[in-house]
Design a protein around this ligand. Structure first.
Ligand code: SF4
Length: 388
């Protein structure tokens, strides 16, 4: 397959608010179930081990008009909960059997309650991750949490989820994460060959496809892009931060690139990269999932960091590891976790003498010219500084 064919397919999936792929997957065999999850992280391995399809529900994007959703939330919050309610009420999600609401912020937590009231027939669960990273405290809590999720999905699916089912799914997701890392590494090595917009679409497809199909798609993409003739430009290398929940419109991702920036890392759709190392496939699978989150997960605004010294250090390490020249804080309007973290991260960047800019967006932002100008000026100023 050519790069164009793969990316066209990803774009088709991205634009499809009727979730045709997931609907077709569901009806292909009797008894299949689909479980939606919201950003930022749930252990997809357990859903997969239950024989179900996990799909990321990332709001309605810029194509959906929100009418009903506005009645459930005040106007001064982000857009993703409102467009997600809209998707539910307009029956775009009428095939979804379960919904998981991770502990990212109060908005998502409250949405889990709204969902239970609106759709009482759907298995809906607020999914809590630990804020204590000791195995005997946070780990114990989290293992119990995972067990409760396992039992909930067993009830929903009407069958047991065995340890071997879990081990098999852990292996499937280890492979998937491995290829995600390869795509990110390839982009960092040769960003002119792998535009941020293509990586974005490729990762968005992973929110809908089975992990097996998504892994194959990434393999095909990397094989095809190797042979693409794409001209290297004099762009500056930037890390994007703050976009881990409500996703920007595709136009915004393209605008940053057109403004002269190579995006060499980002925090879009963290679920496929949250766990940084392979999870062991022997022993107790829930313990392994729990330990992976405690010991080998990326830093994020939703994770408590008690040490002032360590707070935000990850972004400097990321900038150094990717050879980036600056950071673009790009967060959804009214996003508490991203916008509360930003001054602390900016402080760490100041200390490390790393330039940054910030702007905000909504999933339906339409005017890209100001963002293009801001990102373009940032790229130019980096070029001037580095030339000095
Ligand atoms: S965009 Fe931010 S505030 Fe809104 S639901 Fe997501 S994490 Fe919460």
């Amino acid at each position: 397959m050519s790069v164009k064919e793969i990316i066209d397919r990803c774009e088709e999936i991205f634009e499809d608010l009727n979730f045709t792929y997931a609907r077709e997957w569901k009806v292909a065999e009797d008894g299949r179930k689909v479980v939606g999850y919201m950003p930022v992280y749930v252990p997809n391995e357990i859903i997969h081990a239950a024989g179900m399809l996990p799909i990321g529900i990332l709001g309605g994007g810029d194509a959906m008009e929100v009418i009903h959703g506005d009645a459930y939330y005040q106007s001064y919050i982000c857009r993703i909960p409102r467009s997600t309610v809209e998707l539910g009420i307009m029956k775009n999600l009428d095939f979804v059997d379960g919904m998981l609401f991770p502990s990212i912020c109060d908005v998502i937590r409250n949405l889990s309650g709204v969902w239970k009231l609106l759709f009482p027939e759907v298995y809906a669960r607020y999914f809590d991750t630990p804020q204590n990273f000791r195995s005997d405290i946070g780990g114990e809590f989290y293992k119990n949490d995972l067990q409760e999720l396992r039992e909930g999905l067993e009830k929903l699916g009407g069958r047991e989820i065995t340890d071997d089912d879990l081990r098999n799914s852990i292996q499937v997701y280890n492979e998937n994460r491995d290829w995600v890392r390869k795509v990110y590494q390839f982009r960092s090595d040769q960003p002119w060959k792998v535009p941020a917009s293509e990586v974005y679409l490729l990762m968005r497809a992973g929110e809908i496809l089975t992990p097996e199909d998504h892994t194959q798609m990434m393999k095909d993409y990397l094989a095809a892009v190797e042979n693409e003739e794409r001209r290297m430009k004099d762009n500056c290398r930037v890390v994007l931060n703050g976009s881990f929940c409500e996703q920007p419109p595709l136009g915004l991702v393209k605008s940053i690139e057109l403004a002269g920036c190579y995006v060499v890392d980002d925090d879009y759709m963290m679920i496929n990269r949250m766990i940084t190392e392979d999870i062991p496939t022997d022993g107790d699978p829930l313990l392994n999932l729990s330990e992976a989150f405690l010991k080998h997960s990326l830093d994020l605004a939703s994770k408590f960091e008690p040490s002032e010294e360590k707070k935000g250090k990850f972004i400097v390490e990321l900038v150094r590891a990717r050879g980036a020249e600056g950071v673009i804080f790009s967060a959804p309007s009214f996003c508490d976790p991203a916008l509360l973290d930003q001054p602390m991260l900016a402080h760490v960047l100041d200390d490390a003498n790393i330039p940054y800019i910030s702007f905000q967006y909504a999933e339906n932002s339409g005017q890209m010219q100001p963002i293009r100008e801001q990102a373009g000026t940032f790229a130019d100023s980096i070029k001037l500084w580095s030339a000095a």
